[in-house]
Design a protein around this ligand. Sequence first.
Ligand code: SF4
Length: 486
Amino acid sequence: MIPRLSKSRIQSGRQCHKRLWLELKQPGTARWGGAAQARLDEGTRFGELAQDLLGGGLLIAADHLHVREALAETQAALKRPHTEIPMLFEPAFSYEDVRVRVDGFERGDRSDTLIEVKSTTSVKDEHIWDCAIQTWVARGAGRHVKKIVLAHVDNQFVYTTPGDYVGLLTQVDITSAVEALQSDIPRIVAELKEVAAGPKPAIATGNHCTTPYGCPFIEHCQSGESEPPQFPVSLLPRARALIGRLEGEGYRDLRDVPDASLPNDLFKRIAAATRDDLPFVSADFQATLAAIPYPRYFLDFETVSFVIPRWLGTRPFQALPFQFSCHKESADGAIEHSEFLDVSGGSPLSAFIDHLLDAVKEPGPILVWNRGFEASRLRELAGMFPEKSESLLEVVERMVDLLPLYRSNYYHRDMRGSWSIKAVLPTVAPELAYDDLDICGGTEAQSAYMEAIHPDTPSHRRDELRTQLLAYCERDTYAMMRLMTP
Ligand code: SF4
């Protein structure tokens, strides 16, 4: 029997026929990361809040494992007058063996409005396709869908009153974009039914594995492929078109690419360091770093963001600092460390600012890795806390960015095209690599923080997470200090 298609399976099939086939035939080979699960959880919470913001309605309660019940519940609800049930949430429709659940379905006298809810801040192509599939199925099932709306997060919304999220959702009429795709849907459905009924498609991994969504079968697919080159051309940074061209010309390993095929000095430098296994260090790099005066501060933040703002004065998806580490190095070699971390779950922002201003109160350059990020956070805080604005902007003025200095003056082939501090540090000071820590990256730090502030987290676990977070952030600033002598 050919498995039935759903909206998400059709989207998987549009991304990659093999992905659809694996979802249907070998779903156990999928691997979802913890961050993907956290995003799904937040998306679910946003969906529930969106139902309130859309004015409430009747929720079709049967879950995705009980499709027949959901279809029956939907039909029963639609038989009642629209004046009695003007809005349905999660109604189920089926047509041509394609089943969909619709986020919101507003019934009118003679026509219906289909509402798709997305926890994003803009309308994306794949959202239009989502709605096009749903519209095709709902119409096929007999509904007169006249208008299609995408309800997404308004990133200008500011949370000012506890519990009041009116304005968090913005609605965009996407009817004409959806109509333009309607004639394509029958062909796509027929094509994907053939994929579902056929043998496993032979498709190699590539850019399509991450666009528009990361594919959970990547490990499975790569395990069946021949050993990738040690330094694939794909490690060239921000060079998607060039990589495609080089791969099209048959180059797989960067070491085989002639300099003449590389358009700029940076790529030539990366290729040479990779080919010769000789790190590039510019002649005056050490002198440039040595010229930075003392006392030097080394500063790093950790941030978290929420789709649904939790703290007053904040916006959806705003990167909010909850932790910093700061090392101060004096000319005589003395080192002081200060840090801040609040895992109470309440807003850490005001205390974060106070502790930070105290940590860097003596004059001196503040070295950061990727100034744009830290500076943006401080400017945002300056806007939120006008009484501390001047001091925060002074901190921004004192910031010196180590990242562009390293990008212009240093490359080791083990960095594999990245100048993130995690990539650079093991090549300069392998003894400081992050592999002895429980938390080794920003995404893990966010997950740890989210777990720490969760009300169900026991206090001993919260203490453990706090210790891990402090160790991780401290390593970042200690590492920066060490990177002053490459
Ligand atoms: S990893 Fe890539 S090739 Fe494999 S199923 Fe996913 S998208 Fe297709």
